[in-house]
Design a protein around this ligand. Structure first.
Ligand SMILES: [Zn+2]
Length: 327
């Protein structure tokens, strides 16, 4: 039996897993990104953790088809160059893919974390069978990965799919990308919470205040959802408004690309039906009739392990199915 290795590099944690060709996890490790002094220390860590994962499962290098890595930001997939990593001070333009390929003697593929999630969902999750699809994540950041004509669409400099930075207004809140009024500047975790706090300070009456016992710094999307479930009208309006903003951005995507499916994951997607209903309603109101009727809006299926499964799926995608089934 041969396996894949998935590596999910996040801002705070790096997760690794041994994954079989049906996307079942056979072993995993998680370590903190901040436990490393710099880039070479981190690369050594990834190499030794991969080796430990393989030997720990009683396997050898010959049992491994390849290593797939999801990393934040744009990734130059030709060399596997990850341009920037938060929390690793000397990480600039590191050809992680090429380095690991040499060190491990295995095929290594690196891509953007939401691109690999899109692959994971289309191979094993909510996107099975989709030929044209957008996968978005709603969390601290708002990301996107595009599958067009059955292929991952990466764009001219591997920076495509940045749904979070689609501007949806002439003026609006500043975004961390340097622009303003981007989808993320309305629908990113921190922005949602900041707006809620501002409204409460302006006198909005909501159960949220009670749930955090008056400590507004404790407000999270989960707390807003809890208030919503308890029937709080303010909380309902928060999710309806967020859904409306995301829906406006998606209406543009629907008109531009005529995708058949939009898969939505990430922590904010846990707000559930109220958010999804609002997104659907806005798309129906704002996109053109035919593409709006075609598109289905669904929740991501791979959940907590989406990044790991997606990273492993990148190996299957890059090596091609025929090649893989021979093993
Ligand atoms: Zn932006």
């Amino acid at each position: 039996m041969r396996y894949l290795i998935g590596v999910d590099i996040g801002g705070t944690n790096i997760k690794l897993a041994l994954v079989d060709k049906k996307a079942r996890l056979r072993g995993r490790k998680t370590f903190s990104t901040t436990s490393f002094e710099g880039k070479s220390d981190l690369i050594d860590g990834i190499v030794s953790q991969i080796k430990a994962l393989v030997s720990g499962a009683g396997l050898s290098k010959n049992n491994i088809i390849g290593v797939g890595i999801g990393a934040p930001g744009a990734v130059d997939i030709r060399t596997g160059t990850v341009h920037y990593l938060t929390n690793i001070p000397d990480w600039r333009e590191v050809p992680l893919g090429n380095i690991l390929k040499k060190r491990l003697g295995l095929p290594v593929f690196v891509d953007n974390d939401v691109n690999v999630m899109a692959l994971g969902e289309v191979y094993f999750g909510a996107g099975i069978g989709a030929v044209n699809m957008l996968c978005i994540t709603l969390g601290t950041g708002v990301g996107g990965g595009l599958i067009l004509d059955g292929k991952l669409y990466r764009g001219s400099s591997y920076a495509a799919g940045e749904f979070g930075h689609v501007p949806i207004n002439i003026s609006g809140p500043k975004c961390k990308c340097g622009s303003w009024a981007c989808v993320e500047a309305y629908a990113g975790n921190n922005y949602i919470v900041k707006d809620v706090i501002a409204d409460i300070r302006k006198g909005a009456k909501t159960l949220i205040t009670k749930l955090v016992k008056g400590d507004l710094s404790k407000i999270t999307p989960e707390i807003i959802s809890e208030a919503d479930r308890k029937g709080d009208r303010f909380a309902k309006k928060v999710w309806t408004d967020v859904g409306n903003k995301v829906g406006i951005g998606l209406a543009g995507v629907v008109n531009l690309l005529n995708v058949e499916k939009i898969v939505i994951g990430g922590g904010v997607a846990e707000a559930g039906k109220i958010l999804f209903d609002s997104i659907k309603k806005t798309i129906n109101a704002r996109a053109m009739k035919l593409p709006a009727k075609t598109v289905r809006i669904v929740k991501a299926k791979l959940g907590y392990d989406a990044g790991l499964i997606g990273a492993a799926t990148l190996v299957l995608y890059e090596l091609g199915k025929e090649n893989v089934t021979k093993n």
